[in-house]
Design a protein. Structure first.
Ligand SMILES: Cc1cc2nc3c(=O)[nH]c(=O)nc-3n(C[C@H](O)[C@H](O)[C@H](O)COP(=O)(O)OP(=O)(O)OC[C@H]3O[C@@H](n4cnc5c(N)ncnc54)[C@H](O)[C@@H]3O)c2cc1C
Ligand code: FES
Length: 262
């Protein structure tokens, strides 16, 4: 996969600690798929040495523009946020073998929580363009943390925003609203990304209801290339005596929910 120096075309601050970057990266956009991620080397100094994995938010194949959104967590993302228009960013991508696959389905439930909503936009956009019904459910802790509402509205047949404390839109967890639509038989497949407790609840629900479900795991990563073995996730075929693992950076980040122990 290509390693490129991508020009930063635009940096937008969506929240005090959340930034959206648009970069020129035709080498990456030409093959990127919903669910892929990139690995960014944030500077040329020794520290931080490891690349940081960030999901692809939007792919503009026609103009070769790639967009990603990130929250400042620590040193790496802080350095990244300080980049200015015109600077070159060292990126490897697209990465990840496991991407969202929705061709066989017609009625998609897309559920995201917090910063896990970012990789779901390209999925919703592609599916909607291809004539699928897209039901989107995005959960945030409170009103201040709600992002991308208008963007998701444009690529969804129906969008439900929830906040844990009810400070904006529906009060509660996004998964509660999926349940209702499953009962009404509106949905034939589920796609999720977000915090582990949310993914576990979605996995359980999908298995109970017998619905196909794909989840994107944003485990901690080091090399991002299948070399360091730092991102292992247990497969559901594991036994106590014989645990079996996949590496999220190689086999994932998107998995069939029934195939992993999370
Ligand atoms: C496949 C994948 C896709 C991702 N996509 C996005 C994205 O689209 N947008 C985004 O904002 N972030 C995303 N992340 C998380 C992002 O990679 C980390 O937040 C980032 O690497 C932190 O780097 P740092 O140097 O700023 O923080 P560090 O100094 O490395 O860590 C600071 C704090 O953040 C925590 N942290 C670091 N990595 C993670 C992680 N993966 N999950 C949870 N906590 C973490 C650490 O435990 C520590 O408490 C993704 C991660 C993966 C594996
Ligand atoms: S991060 Fe190194 S093997 Fe996955």
């Amino acid at each position: 996969m290509p390693q490129i120096l991508a020009e930063l075309l635009k940096s937008e601050q969506l929240k005090p600690d959340i930034f959206k970057f648009s970069v020129k990266a035709p080498e990456i956009t030409k093959t990127a798929k919903p669910g892929n991620f990139i690995e960014i080397r944030v500077n040329n100094d020794i520290e931080p040495f490891l690349r940081r994995p960030i999901s692809i938010y939007n792919i503009d194949k026609e103009n070769g523009i790639l967009e990603f959104i990130f929250q400042i967590k620590g040193k790496g993302t802080k350095i990244l946020a300080e980049k200015k228009q015109g600077e070159l960013i060292d990126i490897i991508g697209p990465l990840g073998y496991g991407t969202f696959k929705y061709n066989s389905y017609k009625n998609l439930a897309i559920i995201g929580g917090g910063i896990g909503v970012f990789p779901l936009y390209e999925l919703a956009k592609c599916a909607r363009t291809e004539g699928k019904q897209v039901y989107t459910y995005l959960g945030f802790r409170n009103k201040e943390l709600v992002v991308l509402e208008n963007e998701f509205k444009k690529v969804s047949n129906n969008l439900i925003i929830t906040t844990d404390d009810g400070s904006y839109s529906e009060k509660g967890f996004a998964i509660d609203f999926i349940k209702k639509d499953i009962e009404e038989e509106k949905i034939d497949s589920i796609y999720a990304c977000g915090p582990l407790p949310m993914l576990r609840a979605v996995q359980k629900l999908a298995i109970e209801k017998g619905l196909p479900c794909q989840i994107s795991l944003e485990e901690r990563m080091a090399c991002g290339l299948g070399v360091c073995l730092g991102c292992a996730v247990k497969t559901s075929k594991s036994t106590k005596e014989e645990p079996q693992y996949w590496h999220v950076c190689k086999a994932g980040p998107v998995f069939q929910a029934k195939d992993v122990e999370i």
